[in-house]
Design a protein. Structure first.
Length: 235
């Protein structure tokens, strides 16, 4: 593919094209405190392509021309073996979250995955010291889907999200995240202690709204814990 053809993969007048959506969504996530200080982000997968932002850059300032495009499917290889359809001309590397995003595609058939460093998520991992975050009897639970891509939860369901331990390098979370996804097939995301959360959905809209619902539930759960209120009720 010529470099002009490759660049055409990220140039579109359509505001809903993934190369336009990722910069727009990262700007709004920045203002929510989800992707500050370069961390966190979102990827979007279509039938045969994955669009990923660069690593270690101010996510609220990304342009469509900074987006990497990878063919899908392809094995979740380490950086050196990854195949690209398009790389930015600047000296950029694809997000360190790439193997974690791949978990959501391969294990849940997700169309989009969001990684946040929201302080609500981080506080939840501190106030729930065990391996699972649990909360019940909250209306926002209804905005979350079984396994992230299945049917919506009911008000009467208890929301459970596994918490995995952080690693010094983001890529090294891949195996423990995959193991938690296998052990908790109904979980719509994975919390990472002292770090943040990964949430996916069948498309970017559902990934976004589920992340919003979960972030709300982390925030209210943290406030309830700090107020000594029970976060899980019987019945
Ligand atoms: C201060 S960010 C530390 C690395 C991190 O947690 C992260 O999410 C990095 O993501 P990137 O897309 O910038 O590789
Ligand atoms: Zn991170």
């Amino acid at each position: 593919m010529s470099s002009d053809d490759a660049d055409a993969l990220v140039i579109s007048p359509d505001p809903l094209h993934p190369a336009n959506l990722i910069p727009e969504l990262c700007q709004s996530f920045y203002h929510l405190g989800w992707v500050t200080g370069t961390g966190g982000g979102i990827c979007i997968r279509t039938e045969d392509k994955v669009y990923i932002a660069p690593s270690g850059v101010q996510k609220e300032r990304i342009k469509p021309s900074h987006i990497f495009v990878l063919p899908y499917p392809q094995a979740a290889s380490p950086h050196a073996d990854r195949v690209f359809l398009r790389r930015p001309s600047l000296n950029l590397k694809e997000s360190a979250c790439t193997p974690l995003f791949w978990n959501s595609f391969e294990l849940r058939d997700a169309g989009s995955c969001i990684h946040t460093h929201s302080q609500h998520a981080v506080m939840a991992t501190l106030l729930w010291p065990g391996p699972v975050f649990r909360i019940s009897h909250q209306e926002m639970i209804k905005g979350v889907r079984l396994g992230g891509t299945g049917k919506a939860l009911s008000y009467l369901d208890t929301l459970e999200l596994p918490i995995i331990e952080n690693t010094p390098n983001e890529e090294d979370l891949k195996d423990s995240m995959a193991a938690a996804m296998v052990e908790y097939p109904d979980a719509a995301g994975i919390l990472v202690r002292r770090h943040g959360v990964y949430v996916w959905g069948s498309d970017w809209e559902k990934a976004k709204t589920q992340t919003e619902c979960l972030d709300y539930l982390f925030e209210i759960g943290v406030k309830m814990k700090l107020a000594n209120l029970p976060t899980v009720l019987d019945g």
